[in-house]
Design a protein around this ligand. Structure first.
Ligand code: ADP
Ligand code: MG
Length: 303
């Protein structure tokens, strides 16, 4: 087992950040750790990488206990922390050579070059880290996390703050890395976990609320699209519900509506045709993410 978590609880003062959490990650899995802000994702990742002790329970990585064998755990794990702290004044290659040295690599230059190749940093390798775009800074963070060739990668919100192009690049890179390594990555975006992970753990307020294959999660919560639309004139929810494919309509102020529909076909073309027929003008229309709150509701059956 690459990661094993048993009855982990973490209390910060009065705040219970993790409440008796249990899960396992098999070697080779790419697993998504999904939850809203404050759910306890970073806390769990810090415990698994020996940056924080748990208040109760046990956890191990590659069979090494996080409390008993932190050195072995750290050798097994590559960690990309949430804020990706980097030395902005160092050059990319200089930093990676330094990181390789910390882990006792025999040939730091060779190791840094290998990581530059794998993470696609070649065009930027002579720049100072502070001068890189956010996407390239994330690549440096990933290169650093993998410098000692760990078999397990723990990546805390690796795509947060990236623009759409960078996001796609980093997702692809992580998917590539996942072919060789066990990966646990956190995110608060459902679609992201679906895109990269074979299994999804969902955490909310320190409790694990789901541990299912991505296919299963998509079956219970997915096959859905959410579209935000604004008309120039008022319409009724009842009228909108009659459009083929529309499942749910929420009035979100003025002439704005949030429309959930099955994802068999893009509902936006239906909405356009319908608006034209009714003599309405669509002022804005945009696809939205399926909200985590809806996912929880569907999974837990709670209203
Ligand atoms: P996530 O990464 O899912 O956003 P975190 O693990 O960072 O969640 O935080 C979980 C909860 O623990 C939050 O309520 C947060 O405010 C609290 N918390 C995190 N770190 C600390 C800390 N050092 N001291 C006190 N409370 C903390
Ligand atoms: Mg976090």
């Amino acid at each position: 087992m690459a990661i094993s978590v048993k009855n982990i609880t973490k209390i910060y003062g009065e705040q219970k950040a993790l409440d008796n959490v249990n899960f396992e990650v098999k070697t080779g899995e790419v697993i998504g750790f999904l939850g809203p802000n404050g759910a306890g994702k970073s806390t769990m990742m810090k415990i698994l990488t020996c940056y924080l002790p748990a208040s109760a329970g046990t956890a191990s990585v590659n069979g090494y206990d996080v409390a008993g064998s932190p050195q072995d755990v750290k050798r097994s794990v590559g960690y990309l922390p949430e804020s990706n702290p980097l030395y902005f004044d160092m050059y990319v290659r200089e930093y990676l050579e330094y990181a390789a040295g910390v882990y006792g690599a025999s040939n730091v230059r060779k190791r840094a070059d290998e990581m530059i190749g794998i993470t696609g940093l070649s065009p930027e390798r002579h720049k100072k880290i502070g001068a890189l775009s956010k996407g390239y800074k994330q690549r440096v963070g990933l290169a650093q996390a993998m410098i000692h060739n760990p078999s397990v990668l723990i990546l805390d919100e690796p795509t947060s703050g990236l623009d759409p192009n960078q996001l796609v690049d980093i997702r692809n890179l992580i998917t590539e890395l996942g072919k060789e390594k066990t990966v646990m990555l956190s995110t608060h975006i459902m679609q992201e976990a679906e895109a990269m992970c074979s299994r999804i753990l969902i955490i909310n307020k320190g409790n694990l609320v789901a541990d299912k294959s991505t296919a299963e999660i998509t079956r219970t919560t997915g096959n859905r699209q959410v579209v935000l639309v604004e008309f120039d004139k008022p319409v009724t929810e009842g009228e909108l519900k009659k459009i083929k494919g529309v499942q749910q309509v929420l009035h979100s102020g003025n002439n704005r509506y949030e429309i959930s529909a099955s994802d068999k076909e893009d509902i936006r073309s239906q909405l356009f045709a319908w608006a034209v027929e009714k003599g309405l003008t669509i002022l804005t229309i945009a696809k939205s993410d399926v909200k985590l709150e809806d996912v929880f509701r569907n999974l837990t059956g709670k209203k």
